[in-house]
Design a protein around this ligand. Structure first.
Ligand SMILES: *[C@@H]1O[C@H](CO)[C@@H](O)[C@H](O)[C@H]1NC(C)=O
Length: 257
């Protein structure tokens, strides 16, 4: 995904939101009695979230967009994820075999510009998404071998030695090497309106924007749509997660107005 794609995605997202009316249902996992109508609060009027709203406002104010070309915008992340391997003098065969044995990912090989994959893939449509992007550039790629994690969660925690595994989602507590998600082509999240999984972001980002234009702002429902890693939600404590996302979106909408 390039930065432009991402920005268009965010812009499309913003169009379907109604500002100021961002209300989320909030109930703890331990006590669900307050759910479904019980404890609705508006994040804009609840002082507990003021700290987050301030942070969002300052981030939005400082945001300048990415002006880099090709992978420049992701350069820092790539350098950071590869640093551990640079310091160790590279990835040796034993470490690679260890990553493979852990079954934390799918084994791919590129030999003479042909892509090979182990037969098994836990989520075949995710592999399809990955292969779509690799095949687009395979003529320029050297012989290579890699373990690509197609699960939601990262596979190499920093409490044990690093494993050379490419993952689309991680935190600072993982050695995983980040790569762009498969979901922009295939293997995206399955939701009720997209039971086969939401792929083809190249098409979807246009239809979302088009349908958005067909509705007056007043007629839109107060629904926020978040597209991203479930792991991201899991690392944020549960009562916070929906409200945090909601407040991020409100912040973006406000900045656009
Ligand atoms: C790589 O593939 C090309 C085209 O099929 C072939 O001509 C060449 O001999 C192959 N190289 C090796 C090292 O196998």
């Amino acid at each position: 995904m390039d930065a432009a794609t991402f920005l268009v995605g965010v812009a499309a997202l913003v169009l379907v939101l109604k500002v100021g009316a961002c209300t989320t249902e909030s109930c703890s996992m331990e006590d669900a009695s307050g759910c479904s109508g019980g404890t609705h609060r508006s994040i804009m009027t609840d002082s507990r979230w003021q700290g987050y709203l301030d942070l969002i406002a300052s981030s939005v104010a400082e945001y300048g967009g990415c002006v880099g070309e090709r992978c420049d915008c992701l350069g820092d992340q790539i350098a950071q994820d590869l640093m551990v391997w640079r310091e160790r003098g590279g990835i040796d065969i034993a470490e690679f075999e260890q990553a493979k044995a852990r079954r934390g990912g799918v084994h791919y090989q590129i030999v003479n510009h042909t892509l090979y994959r182990e037969e098994e893939c836990m989520f075949p449509s995710r592999c399809k998404g990955i292969e779509h992007f690799i095949l687009k550039i395979i003529h320029g790629l050297p012989d290579a071998e890699m373990i690509v994690n197609v699960r939601d969660n990262p596979q190499s925690p920093t409490y044990s030695g690093p494993l050379p595994i490419l993952s689309f989602s991680k935190t600072s507590a993982n050695y995983d090497i980040m790569y762009p998600a498969w979901t922009f082509w295939a293997g995206g999240p399955a939701i009720s309106t997209e039971p086969k999984g939401l792929g083809r972001w190249d098409l979807k980002r246009k239809t979302i924007a088009e349908s958005s234009d067909n509705w007056l702002w007043e007629d839109k429902r107060t629904i926020a749509f978040f597209r991203g890693s479930r792991y991201f939600l899991e690392v944020i404590s549960y009562p916070l997660q929906l409200e945090s996302i909601c407040s991020i979106m409100v912040g973006i909408v406000q900045a656009k107005q």
